[in-house]
Design a protein around this ligand. Structure first.
Ligand code: ZN
Ligand code: ZN
Ligand code: ZN
Length: 173
């Protein structure tokens, strides 16, 4: 799966909005740009903080309206299990089912397209006469960087920062 650069994401989003006849307003574009520059997923409130740098008057509804639009257009995904949002890296393929690999330590999210999974869920739904609207598959664990730090037992001789308190964002206790 290819990963798009922030500029590619913006160009592609602008093109699709034009094709679909929907407006990518300055605010919507700014929220998407902030998200495109994120490493992992980001919560609506962290987004609001970042948006306020350029738009000091921005309020939570500003962000939520922009997020709703971006979700509708399929430019971003919601990471349900930690209540955050992440840019989709192949939004030219609409209505795809992805598996979100969520790092519990640093909240990095990797999206992997899941062709086979989609078939299984569609067939399970039709067996149950269930009308499928939207599917989210999330798997939790450690990203490659965090797994390396986690497995390290050479704390005195390595370059890792073992002092950093894991963020463990969105963990429900
Ligand atoms: Zn996606
Ligand atoms: Zn991680
Ligand atoms: Zn180490």
């Amino acid at each position: 799966m290819s990963t798009m650069m922030p500029e590619q994401i913006m160009t592609q989003a602008e093109k699709l909005c034009l094709q679909r006849g929907v407006r990518l307003t300055t605010q919507r574009a700014e929220v998407l740009r902030l998200m495109a520059e994120q490493q992992g997923s980001i919560s609506a409130y962290d987004l609001l903080d970042q948006l306020r740098v350029s738009e000091p008057q921005a309020k939570p509804p500003t962000v939520y309206r922009a997020l709703d639009f971006l979700l509708e257009q399929g430019f971003i995904h919601r990471v349900e299990s930690n209540n955050s949002y992440v840019v989709c890296h192949h939004f030219e393929a609409p209505a795809h089912t992805s598996v979100m690999l969520v790092c519990d330590n640093c909240a990095a999210v990797t999206e992997q397209q899941a062709q086979g999974v989609e078939k299984i869920i569609t067939s399970l739904a039709s067996q149950a006469k269930f009308t499928l609207r939207h599917t989210v598959i999330e798997a939790h664990g450690l990203c490659v960087k965090c797994a390396e730090v986690d497995a390290c037992d050479q704390h005195d001789h390595c370059d890792h920062d073992h002092q950093v308190e894991p963020k463990r964002r969105g963990r429900k206790s």
